[in-house]
Design a protein around this ligand. Structure first.
Ligand code: G6P
Length: 627
């Protein structure tokens, strides 16, 4: 949730760190800070509560030149978002700090560690759990310098690296952390357990970051640090040590994202850019995965034997937020086409449940970031019980992608807007591919497979057409932006879209919104209907069209305004609804991927008109790495 950036090399560290933090700001944005070493190797720290722009102002005029530093954007867990609680935290006595630390994660035993360190004489300057790490490393360093290392020295670590390793051995919880030492102008130490860290390798310089976006345009190679690994970096060397196996050879891979992937590309917001990228991201999710000859889908990374795949008799889909909504779309698709029982579980619930699961059950963890704590915990729990686990994930090299037995990448490129858009449609596409795949393994005929593929191939054009609702969505947004509640209603394949439309609106505009199966609204939500409460109906032509018309009439009978997402030229809907956004005709099963587009645009425009910070909505974070 927090973002970490570090640099050691030859360029002005503070510029690179601030730029990197800006790219990570979507992860957490209630305060930020950085620390650099000046030419005398003294530590200089600057921190600011609020958005990164405040830190930028402070750093611009008032920081010594430095070619090594660490920075952080915070999403508060322990302690309010104040200057004092912002990272980096200093370790050591008040007048003579020996090191600075930035930390992402949660230290569960921070109270007992803090009490012990206070007894040793350390004075705490913040309410955070993270500050204990700084003093703990200092305490271990003092001892290492005096009495020699306690950690077995088979890898010839220096006292500072030993101190970090001794300190993290005492932490309970999760961490991605980065340490800068006074007097060491060519040394950064990073460590990871449960919170992602990557290392960017350049020529004569190294970067450390919570994800790859700060590296784009600066480094051409990347190393994904794994749990229990410690990385020791200088400007031109990288050494990785594993807690158990000692020194290891880091896997250096080419960095596959460019600066353009993490820029705004001329759009006013990342969310708008990402909404408009969807024809291309949908193509990317399907690329190389359709076999017309076999009328099926092809996956490279499932890592399951044909026998295991044949034996699958039940599928569990799990995730959080928007990914959970995609799972609901997947449930309809897989049950319909593959005739396999599917269960959709909130990951936060699944992790503590003990559902009876047999040998033929396959778990898919659906996650854009690949780092969501609840989804990771649910995956681990299922793995522990011996079930095959697969990930449907966007971020390459993320924890969930690494820990699952196999998986399918979305290839949607970095999603930076906190409210997920392109990841949702790509998740739905991948789930459609899975429905085709399991369908063809079981009952689906060759001809039906071919029709399915034809439908999928038309999708990017259908989505392009649906994006033409942009201007009309803005006009409707003008009319309804003052509403305090919205209802979103749809049936069958479009019920999860109703949930997703409502989630988009509440996330970024702070308007209360509820999604319901259209027929279910008469069991409660209809009590909310009045002339000031708009209902958004997803009502394209299809099998349940007539049923949804009845539900729409029930709302109109109570004078509720209706915004309809309908098929082109639908006179009946035009006559009944107050507003209409037309989407192109699509087969029922692909409608969610098309009908969600105007809902994303409607939420976007309403939020903009209300003056909300669309890409960084209050209280939210892009990747939720705490429970
Ligand atoms: C956060 C984000 C949501 C996202 C959810 C799950 O709440 O704000 O947009 O849907 O996490 O994230 P994941 O990365 O696992 O898909």
């Amino acid at each position: 949730m927090c973002g970490i950036v570090g640099y050691v090399g030859f360029r002005r560290a503070s510029d690179l760190i601030v730029e990197g933090l800006r790219r990570l700001e979507y992860r957490g944005y209630d305060s930020s800070g950085l620390a650099v070493l000046d030419h005398e190797s003294q530590i200089h720290v600057r921190k600011a509560a609020g958005r990164l722009s405040r830190l930028e102002e402070i750093v611009r005029d008032d920081l010594p030149d430095a070619s090594i530093g660490i920075g952080h954007t915070r999403w508060a867990t322990h302690g309010a978002p104040t200057d004092g609680n912002a990272h980096p935290h200093l370790g050591g006595c008040v007048d003579g700090s020996t090191l600075a630390v930035v930390h992402n994660g949660v230290v569960e035993n921070f109270r007992e560690l803090r009490a012990r360190l206070e007894a040793e004489g350390y004075v705490f300057r913040s309410e955070t759990d993270s500050e204990v790490i700084a003093h703990l490393i200092d305490s271990c360093l003092t001892r290492a310098l005096q009495t020699g290392p306690r950690v077995a020295d088979e890898i010839a670590d220096t006292p500072r690296v030993v101190a970090v390793r001794e300190a993290i051995a005492q932490l309970r919880g999760t961490y991605g952390l980065l340490v800068l030492f006074r007097g060491q102008s060519d040394l950064l130490v990073a460590a990871r357990l449960g919170s992602p860290l990557v290392i960017g390798v350049g020529d004569g310089e190294h970067f450390v970051a919570s994800d790859s976006s700060p590296l784009a345009g600066h480094a051409d190679r990347i190393v994904y640090l794994a749990d229990h690994e410690v990385a020791v970096l200088t400007h031109d060397t990288l050494r990785v040590v594993h807690r158990d196996s000692g020194r290891i050879e880091p896997a250096v891979k080419p960095l596959e994202i460019s600066a353009a992937d993490v820029g705004l590309g001329g759009y006013s917001h990342y969310m708008l850019k990402e909404i408009h990228e969807q024809p291309e991201t949908i193509r990317a999710a399907m690329r190389g995965r359709l076999s017309k000859d076999e009328a099926t889908a092809v996956f490279g990374g499932l890592n399951l034997t044909p026998r295991q795949l044949q034996r699958v008799n039940r599928i569990v889909l799990t995730g959080c937020g928007t990914s959970w909504h995609a799972a609901l779309v997947g449930e309809y698709l897989i049950e319909h086409f593959a005739r396999l029982p599917v269960e959709v579980e909130y990951a936060s619930e699944l992790r503590y449940r003990n559902p009876p699961i047999d040998d033929g059950t396959l778990l898919f963890a659906i996650t854009q970031s690949g780092e969501t704590a609840d989804t990771l915990a649910a995956l681990r729990e299922m793995k522990r019980k011996g079930h095959p686990t697969l990930a449907i994930c966007n971020v390459v090299g993320s924890t969930i992608a690494n820990e699952a037995d196999g998986g399918i990448y979305l290839h949607a490129g970095p999603e930076i807007g906190v409210a997920s858009t392109k990841a949702f449609t790509s998740q739905c596409v991948v789930l459609a591919l899975l429905a085709l795949y399991f369908g063809r393994l079981r009952h689906m005929s060759y001809e039906d497979g071919v029709d399915f593929i034809d439908g999928l191939n038309r999708l990017p054009d259908l989505v392009t057409k649906a994006l033409e609702t942009d201007a009309a969505a803005r006009v409707i947004a003008e009319r309804y932006r003052q509403a305090s509640t919205f209802l979103y209603l749809g049936r069958q394949f479009n019920f999860p879209v109703a949930l997703e439309g409502a989630l988009k609106l509440k996330e970024i505009s702070y308007i209360h919104a509820e999604g319901y199966p259209a027929a279910e609204m008469k069991h409660g939500p209809i009590a909310l209907v009045d002339p000031l409460t708009p209902s958004v109906f997803i009502i394209p032509q299809g099998k349940v069209y007539e049923k949804v018309i009845l539900n729409l009439e029930e709302i109109k009978a109570r004078k509720g305004p209706v915004i309809a997402i309908s098929s082109p030229g639908d006179e009946r809907v035009r006559h009944l609804a107050d507003e209409v956004l037309e989407i192109p005709e699509a087969p029922d099963f692909l409608q969610p991927i098309v009908s969600v587009i105007p809902l994303q645009l409607l939420a976007y425009h309403i939020a903009c008109l209300r003056g909300c910070d669309v890409d960084k909505p209050r209280n939210l974070a892009k990747s939720v790495t705490v429970e």
